[in-house]
Design a protein around this ligand. Structure first.
Ligand SMILES: [Fe+2]
Length: 199
């Protein structure tokens, strides 16, 4: 690859990361997670990425962990939908939007992380009670625990294992007092995960 192309890609990756960071510095830092949790969207995202790093996850999964709820930040009507009892399908909105710049290894665990919650509710008896009240409420809107047939279909999807890992990091990323990782360290994962060449 020509040096100028490498420089262009580096600049494009950085531009994508800055665009995303602006969402977390702005609305993400002000929006309480799902409107009710004790942490902001940005704190939740950083804690989720921290959990992935602590689990020695691959870089694309650290990025997925950080970005998994970005659908809440780009769908300005999401909170109204939630409060009126409608599933905003933030996982689809986020995964589709991120698909502009990120490969399926990042977007698909995000697309399936709600399905993973529904799967775990069906397969682990103690899991539903471990969810926060907000997650329990959204579960109802998202279809509740999977049926046996839905579980079998989910297990056959390529990204089900990654989605389950992401789901567990997500569930343990709502501590209002836990020290946060360095934002720049997390953004380095995002920059590296951008698809090359950047379109
Ligand atoms: Fe989340």
């Amino acid at each position: 690859m020509e040096a100028s192309a490498i420089e262009n890609d580096a600049a494009a990756r950085k531009a994508v990361a800055e665009h995303i960071r602006a969402l977390f510095d702005g609305p993400g830092s002000r929006q309480w997670y799902d409107g009710y949790e004790a942490v902001s969207q940005t704190r939740h995202a950083l804690l989720c990425a921290q959990n992935a790093i602590a689990a020695s996850a691959e870089g694309h999964l650290v990025s997925a962990a950080f970005l998994h709820d970005i659908g809440h930040l780009i769908d300005l009507n999401g909170r109204d939908k939630f409060q009126s009892g409608t599933d905003a399908q933030h996982e689809e909105i986020g995964a589709n939007w991120l698909g502009q710049w990120f490969p399926p290894s990042v977007t698909e665990p995000i697309r399936w992380h709600v399905a993973a919650k529904r799967y775990l509710c069906a397969t682990e008896p103690s899991y539903p009670a471990s969810l926060s009240l907000v997650s329990q409420r959204s579960l109802v809107l998202q279809g509740g625990a999977m049926s046996a047939g839905e579980c079998a279909a989910f297990e056959k999807t390529c990204f089900s294992a990654d989605a389950i890992r992401l789901r567990r990091w997500d569930d343990h990323a709502k501590d209002p007092g836990k020290p946060l990782p360095d934002f720049q360290d997390v953004m380095a994962y995002i920059i590296r995960s951008v698809r090359v060449p950047v379109l």
